[in-house]
Design a binder for this molecule. Structure first.
Ligand code: PLP
Length: 451
């Protein structure tokens, strides 16, 4: 057949649109998208036929495939088999079932975001998490903004613009994604005064640096790195005393925002928010989606006079949290109030998961998929507890081309993210949700049969 004969065999768009299969696609993706896709495919086929190709595929099937891939959202669920519990690139903390339900309920219905049911008048969104945060941390007041980066920008702009902030040289950190404390200070119009040395700073370094222009003393937790050896930092209570003697405030950026003690699980101790308040910090900043196990949020707790000042600042409006955040945060905080966070918040369930249970799961996978169950390490991650790990068991699969296999895992209908060690691919049950296990096994079985 000549290319011209083949071209004549190509169906017209209208004819394709009249098929049942096309009707399904139209219902799913809208007529315009289906028409455009069919036209694109036909144009491509025409070019191919003129170039000597002789095969005409099923055009509607091809359109279905392309449309499905075009309409797959860029933000989609994955299976985290890395064993890194707070994986910043994979969305950090997972919400508890109660928090998921709260988001669902508030997302689809009108609600009391800024409405006072008693008076029938306008209410304040700020109160939704405030009482819970006060109860849990012992602080006088609280404020929620978009994230901790935003919390720092807000507090520095509101409390230290045109003034100076004293920070230990060992704490001038980069938090992640190029977010650096000195640059944030500059952005907020505060002047940074560095004291001490990289490894050692004493309380006298702070007291000597205080002058008429000082607004704040600030401590920043070294969340994502660890200094060992000849190191020294003043205690928080000493810093608070030094600040208060000069009528200044002490701000503590604890980063992770733990309410529960990680050392109960064989990990190092992350600073607890309630300890910072008790030690005398006037304002404590921490994240909602790290060790708190809630939604992305920057939480500020502390003195009522300070929080009121922050609420009044114009930036508070720009950095405010939305209703879905409040819904999820409220339900998450409820777990701490009811003392069932370990049972219901995925992050704590994963940290507290018994090793024997992880081993049993890995062995179950191994009986179906082969490979070897070996000991390994899970990490808390999320820029917390650097270098600290939890013992775990993983399934190690040896495949001919590990990098290519990892790419296939990522291309699966539910993408699987794993890690490679010594040429084998490791799957850590600790971070794989129970409801994802079956699909994980199905995908792996299929890929291993192909490999
Ligand atoms: C993670 C972290 C931040 C930033 O928190 P986000 O909520 O991600 O903006 C700030 N400070 C410290 C010490 C942190 O660990």
């Amino acid at each position: 057949m000549t290319p011209q004969d083949l071209l004549r065999q190509l169906p017209a768009v209208d004819k394709l649109l009249n098929t049942d299969a096309a009707a399904d696609l139209i219902a799913q993706y809208g007529r315009d998208n289906v028409v455009e896709m069919l036209r694109d495919i036909l144009a491509e086929l025409r070019a191919e036929l003129l170039n000597g190709h002789e095969h005409i595929p099923d055009i509607v099937t091809l359109a279905a495939k392309h449309l499905s891939s075009d309409f797959t959202p860029t933000l989609r669920p994955v299976i985290n088999a890395t064993g890194i519990i707070l994986h910043t690139n994979l969305g950090r903390a997972l919400l508890s079932k109660a928090a998921q339900q709260a988001v669902f309920d508030i997302a689809g219905q009108y609600n009391t975001l800024e409405f006072n049911l008693e008076s029938g008048k306008r209410g304040s969104r700020y109160l939704h998490a405030e009482d819970l945060l006060k109860t849990i941390t012992g602080a006088e007041a609280a404020l929620v903004v978009n994230n901790t980066a935003a919390a720092l920008v807000l507090l520095l702009a509101a409390l230290a613009q045109g003034k100076s902030v004293i920070v230990s040289r060992g704490q001038l950190v980069e938090i992640g994604g190029g977010f650096r404390i000195p640059e944030i200070m500059a952005q907020s119009g505060a002047t940074l005064v560095e004291v001490g040395t990289t490894n050692r700073t004493r309380i006298s370094d702070f007291t000597r640096a205080i002058d008429a222009n000082t607004a704040l003393l600030m401590r920043i937790h070294s969340s994502n790195f660890r200094q060992i050896g000849f190191v020294e930092q003043p205690e928080l209570a000493e810093l608070a005393d030094a600040a208060h003697q000069k009528n200044l405030w002490l701000v503590d950026d604890v980063g992770s925002g733990a309410f529960l003690d990680t050392s109960a699980y064989g990990l190092a101790k992350e600073p607890l928010v309630q300890d910072s308040i008790r030690a005398g910090a006037d304002l404590v900043a921490f994240s909602g989606d790290k060790l708190l196990g809630g939604p992305q949020a920057g939480i500020l707790v502390g003195k009522k006079t300070i929080i009121e000042k922050l609420k009044q600042h114009p930036l508070a409006r720009a950095l405010r949290a939305d209703k879905l955040c409040y819904a999820a945060l409220g339900a998450t905080l409820d777990h701490y109030r009811k003392n069932d966070a370990i049972q219901h918040i995925p992050l704590w369930q994963m940290i507290a998961r018994p090793i024997a249970d992880i081993q049993r799961t890995a062995q179950r996978w191994q009986t179906i998929l082969g490979g070897e169950v070996i000991t390994s390490e899970s990490a808390v991650g999320g820029g917390s507890l650097p270098g600290d790990t939890l013992p775990t068991y993983v399934l190690a699969l040896a495949v001919a081309a590990p990098d290519a296999f990892m790419a296939q895992l990522r291309a699966a209908e539910l993408p699987i993210i794993a890690r490679i060690a010594e040429g084998r691919i490791l799957f850590d049950p600790r971070t794989v949700l129970a409801e994802q296990e079956e699909i994980l096994i199905t995908i792996l079985k299929r890929l291993l049969a192909k490999a």
